[in-house]
Design a protein around this ligand. Structure first.
Ligand code: ADP
Ligand code: MG
Length: 247
């Protein structure tokens, strides 16, 4: 069954068309990796799937869990089970992590018709996830991404992923800015999340994260289109021979 179906999607920012009649699908349980040169439209695609307001959809459709979400608001997509980990997470001074995470969790649970439980139950869950991500627990008093290192920002995205428990997690370069140790922690967090009832769509430049993501399929984007698709061997070939060899 297709969890996500993108049909002939065309997207513009201002008067510039960035994605041109792009189509692909992600099945339930599947891990799909998107690679491609800088500027090919990978981040635009990731943000458009989440409903980012900077982009206009000028053609095509996004179907998620059999519903047309092309015009849905980001919060409706989140409630339906979509999640995006940003390539460049914003720093928001004044937004303390604990209340932010708890409020987001309560809002998502309510939108999904589920009970959020007590603040104590949430704290226990949060402490568990902080430990799994090798983050100090006093961290939750800090402000969202403010003065975080590149690695800490990526861990904050993975923490939000674990709490949101989406059906389709979209990662935009979750591995960028991570040293080897942080990459392993992030990889394990991804493996902790992934099961047969959810799917991954991961944008990455590097083979190294595929040790943890283990893609079923690899798509290569070029100039706002899917230029090539294949199995995991395609990623290995790209790393050896470069994009020019496949697109
Ligand atoms: P990638 O993630 O593959 O490197 P992006 O999706 O970030 O590529 O960008 C694709 C192209 O679209 C680039 O030429 C970029 O400058 C342009 N672009 C992306 N977002 C915007 C925007 N909000 N306004 C104008 N141009 C944009
Ligand atoms: Mg990008």
């Amino acid at each position: 069954m297709d969890l996500l179906l993108v049909k002939n999607l065309s997207v513009s920012a201002g008067d510039k068309e960035i994605l041109h009649e792009l189509s692909f699908s992600v099945a339930l349980g599947e891990s799909v990796v998107i690679m491609g040169p800088n500027g090919s439209g990978k981040s635009t695609l990731a943000k458009v799937l989440m409903g980012h307001p900077d982009y206009q959809i000028t053609g095509g459709q996004i179907i998620f869990r059999d519903k047309d979400i092309t015009a849905a608001k980001p919060e409706e997509r989140a409630a339906a089970g979509l999640f995006l980990a940003f390539q460049e997470p914003r720093e928001i001074a004044g937004l303390e992590l604990f209340p932010f995470l708890f409020d987001a969790y309560k809002a998502l649970q309510a939108a999904r018709g589920q009970d959020a439980g007590s603040v104590f139950a949430f704290k226990a869950k949060l402490d568990d996830e902080l430990a799994a991500l090798d983050i100090k627990s006093d961290w939750s008093n800090r402000h969202l991404n403010q003065d975080f290192s590149g690695g800490e920002k990526k861990k904050a995205e993975l923490l939000q992923l674990a709490l949101a428990n989406p059906v389709l997690a979209i990662f935009d370069e979750i591995d960028s800015g991570l040293d080897v140790d942080a990459l392993e922690v992030a990889g394990k967090a991804i493996q902790r999340f992934k099961n047969g009832d959810n799917s991954l769509l991961a944008v990455t430049h590097y083979q190294r994260v595929l040790k943890y993501i283990k893609p079923d399929r690899v798509l290569v984007m070029s100039k706002g289109r899917i230029a090539q698709s294949g199995g995991p061997e395609l990623a290995a070939r790209l790393e050896k021979e470069g994009f020019a060899s496949v697109i």
